[in-house]
Write a protein that binds this ligand. Structure first.
Ligand SMILES: C[S@@+](CC[C@H](N)C(=O)[O-])C[C@H]1O[C@@H](n2cnc3c(N)ncnc32)[C@H](O)[C@@H]1O
Length: 301
């Protein structure tokens, strides 16, 4: 679904396809509503003191055995944030550990969820810096703000909004982080354009996400259930690099941090309406948690 829509958008931009914006807008809104509903449910579970386990049996479920989001943070990191932020962690990497944040910097986390990466960033940039979290789901924002209150940090602000329309001025952020969210967006080109807009010249894009390596069976791509579970909307790595360059970023790179194996695939496909064994074998090694980097040039090129 994603692929078709993005191909159609690309054709429109080349002037070789008829406009279908209305159709695209409805589909994009449906995806956003589904994602918002699922993550709202996940946040409510954590507010009730349970593990997030957002998407039923598939995905970024936050459980200890989850192949994507388990064992991401060190004990040093989990010990300095409230339990609610750890329970709500639904990421697939540790962007703050890789982003080389410096004291005094302004950081923005796209799709901040329960706030774990925002709270960790706030410690790294210190009292002279600032960490923003941006999320569209009210329940996640409530949870993140509760976690901020428990952590007692002042240099943090959680904003309500969509990552396709970032509510911050141009050139106002030093570093954009994100953890397993861009794969959920129906309009990744817009997300990257917005990230580029709000970064200061010389600013860094330093994001963890699920990325696909090579071709993946169509059944997987078609499944919205898997999509909202962080998988079927993932970009292919070369596509991701190309989109970043098209958006103006330089020094683009994608570094695998965890390559999912056949057993992991079996775990995240469990419960899907698919021939789980056949698909799991076919996608062995094709999905990975990756650290995606880019830089906004210091001088416009
Ligand atoms: C997989 S969770 C990741 C949360 C957090 N980054 C973490 O590592 O725990 C996805 C989060 O992104 C938010 N989200 C998804 N799509 C979004 C969009 N288009 N705009 C804003 N927030 C979005 C969801 O509400 C949810 O809180």
């Amino acid at each position: 679904m994603l692929r078709l829509r993005e191909q159609r958008r690309a054709k429109r931009e080349e002037g070789t396809a008829q406009p279908q914006q209305g159709e695209d807008k409805v589909a994009d809104q449906t995806i956003r509503d589904t994602v918002r509903e699922k993550y709202g449910e996940a946040a409510k579970r954590v507010l009730e003191g349970k593990n997030a386990e957002c998407c039923g049996s598939s995905c970024c479920g936050g459980g200890e055995k989850d192949p994507i989001s388990s064992n991401i943070y060190s004990a040093n990191e989990t010990s300095v944030v409230p339990e609610g932020a750890v329970l709500a962690s639904l990421g697939c990497g540790n962007p703050t550990a890789l982003a080389e944040l410096k004291p005094g910097e302004t950081v923005l986390d796209l799709g901040s969820g329960g706030g774990i990466d925002v709270l960790l960033s706030a410690r790294r940039v210190g009292p002279t810096g600032k960490a923003y979290g941006l999320d569209m789901t009210d329940e996640m924002l409530a949870l993140a703000r509760e976690n901020q209150r428990k952590a007692g940090v002042a240099n943090v602000e959680f904003l309500k909004g969509e990552i396709e329309h970032i509510p911050l001025p141009d050139a106002s952020v030093d570093v954009i982080i994100s953890n397993c969210v861009i794969n959920l967006s129906a309009d990744k080109r817009k997300v990257l354009a917005e990230a580029f807009r709000v970064l200061k010249p010389g600013g860094r894009f330093a994001v963890s996400d699920v990325v696909v390596r090579g071709e993946v069976p169509a059944e997987v791509r078609r499944s919205v259930e898997l999509w909202i579970g962080c998988v079927a909307g993932a970009l292919e790595e070369r596509e991701f690099e190309a989109l970043l360059r098209d958006s103006g970023f330089t020094d683009v790179s994608i570094e695998p941090t965890r390559i999912y194996r056949v057993d992991d695939a079996r775990a995240f496909l469990e419960g899907a309406v698919l021939d789980v064994e056949a698909v799991a074998t076919a996608i062995e090694g094709r999905f990975m948690g990756a650290f995606v980097r880019g830089t906004k040039p210091a001088v416009a090129g």
